[in-house]
Each structure stands twice: as structure tokens, then as C-alpha cells.
Design a protein. Structure first.
Length: 294
């Protein structure tokens, strides 16, 4: 399990995370959603070990992440940052092979096991035809595929992806997330997926964690989290929620600013009255973890 327990983080006196709890178990995809500036990327940096919390702790497989060596941690956890794969002068094969580094001994490059894994990953991600092409010549969507292939070659048990669909058209968004989901199901990975697109989050994630104003608002299934009152509370808009016609998960339809947005009066936000909405009831209320100010 990958987990953050009651973590808080501040920068220059400004609190960006407050008493945050999150768990990612092997075999599930957890979606982290919330408005810009709510603390999602900071939480990712804490979970990946790039930064330490001011309070609370981060554990990987029940062990404080600081007690893992970088190589040991890399065998357990792969991270795809928000910036994605940079435009670097290495071939696709070379970059994917870099994912084998945590598993290599003192004589690292391209052993038999490494070659076997790299060949399989290149085939799974349909990168065989590009394997000798320099990464800096690839499109954004192709570079994203290479980044995922590198993470697959790393053979982790947990995967963190910080907005992997940024800058991708809808075709590439679906293809990238399909590949991630297929890999996750086959290997039983625990995946933390940071997304702005609530509709994609509802379709690909088993659970959602919604954070706003540096705190957790709610954790639960997509049906429990994506409701009119909760989205209104976190984002300040009043959407229309409808079931997907195929898989029946909730989907968000936006209204115009006049119909659905809160109005700002100087620095004060005046909420609009909710219409055609009701609070969580029944099964949803009993299963969802709804947070109040602590």
C-alpha cells in the first residue's frame, strides 16, 4: 500500500495541504481530483518522495518512505510527472531501457532479462516502429507513450501519474488511459491518477479523492463523489450530472456562466441557490468518507 497519513505542508507560511489522508492499494486505480491550486501536485511530490511533509508521514508497503533507498523505492514506485518526458536526444529504445536501472547490478546495461522486458514493453505500447527514433523528434502523444513504456519497463508495484492527458487530443487521451488501465489490470498495480477531467476520472478510476482549499472534501466511488452538491462545494459551479449511456458512471455537463457559476462580489463569493439537486442519501452516504473542517 502507498499511503499518506495526516500530512500537512506549507511553503513560506502558506498552507497548501492540511491533515491529508490517502491510500492506494495494489489492484486499484485511485483518481485525485480538485480545482487548480488545491494541493494535488504537492501531494504527489510527498507521495513520490520528492519532498517531506511538515507533519504526518508517508508510507510505502507499511514502511516510512525515508527508510527506502532510492533504488529500492524505484523498484516499488514509478512516477510520471506533470511535465512528462522532456525532449531529449536519446532514442525510444534507450529511454525505455533506462526504466530497467533500478533492477540492474554493477554491470548495468542491457542484460538478457532487461532486453526481454524492453522488447515486450515496446510491443505492448506499439513503439517498435519508433524504437530507433530520437525522442526529441516525436510528437507530444508519442513522447507520452514512451514515458509510460519507460515506467512499464521499471516493473513497479505502484504508479503515480500527474495529469498524463495534458496537451493530448481526445483520441490520445483515451488510448493512453486504456493502456494504463490494461497494464494495471494485468499486473495488479496500485495507480494514483491525477486528472482535471472529471468524466475521464469517473470512467477509469475505482475510487476518487476530491481535495479543495488544501483539504480532502470526500473519498468514495465516482457515483458518491461526482454529485451536484459536492462539485458545487469544491468548484463553485452547478453542473448537470447524467449517467454515461454505456457504463452508467456519472458524467458532468457544464452550464453557461450565467446559469451555473457563482458570482464574485469583490473578494467575496456569493453562492447561487442549488436547483434540481439533492444531498447524498442512502448507500452513497454510508460508503463515502465525507470530511469536515478539522
Amino acid at each position: 500500500m502507498l499511503e499518506a497519513i495526516n500530512v500537512s505542508k506549507s511553503y513560506q507560511g502558506k498552507t497548501v495541504l492540511r491533515h491529508m489522508d490517502i491510500q492506494v492499494k495494489q489492484g486499484e486505480i485511485v483518481g485525485l481530483i480538485g480545482p487548480n491550486g488545491s494541493g494535488k501536485t504537492t501531494l504527489v511530490r510527498l507521495l513520490s518522495g520528492d519532498e517531506e511533509p511538515d507533519k504526518g508521514e508517508v508510507r510505502l508497503q507499511g514502511k516510512d518512505y525515508r527508510k527506502w533507498s532510492p533504488r529500492e523505492r524505484a523498484r516499488q514506485l514509478a512516477v510520471l510527472s506533470q511535465d512528462g518526458l522532456p525532449s531529449i536526444p536519446f532514442t525510444v529504445r534507450e529511454v525505455v531501457t533506462m526504466g530497467r536501472h533500478p533492477h540492474q547490478g554493477p554491470w548495468p546495461w542491457d542484460g538478457g532479462k532487461d532486453r526481454e522486458v524492453v522488447e515486450r514493453v515496446l510491443a505492448q505500447t506499439s513503439l517498435n516502429e519508433l524504437e530507433h527514433k530520437s525522442v526529441h523528434l516525436l510528437s507530444g502523444g508519442e513522447r507520452q507513450r514512451v514515458a509510460i513504456a519507460k515506467a512499464m519497463a521499471q516493473q513497479p508495484r505502484f504508479l503515480i501519474l500527474d495529469e498524463p492527458t495534458t496537451y493530448l487530443d481526445i483520441s490520445h487521451q483515451v488510448r493512453i488511459l486504456d493502456r494504463i488501465q490494461s497494464w494495471q489490470r494485468k499486473e495488479g498495480l496500485g495507480v494514483l491518477l491525477v486528472l482535471h477531467d472529471l468524466n475521464l476520472a469517473a470512467q477509469y478510476c475505482d475510487r476518487l479523492v476530491l481535495i479543495s482549499r488544501s483539504e480532502t472534501v470526500i473519498q468514495g466511488s465516482p457515483a458518491e463523489v461526482i454529485t451536484v452538491p459536492i462539485i458545487y462545494q469544491a468548484y463553485g459551479i452547478r453542473p448537470v450530472i447524467v449517467p454515461h449511456p454505456v457504463n452508467h458512471v456519472p458524467q458532468v455537463l457544464l452550464q453557461t456562466e450565467e446559469e451555473g457559476w457563482v458570482k464574485e462580489d469583490g473578494k467575496q463569493v456569493t453562492p447561487l441557490p442549488l436547483q434540481n439537486s439533492s444531498p447524498i442519501t442512502g448507500k452513497e452516504k454510508s460508503n463515502a468518507l465525507i470530511y469536515t473542517n478539522r
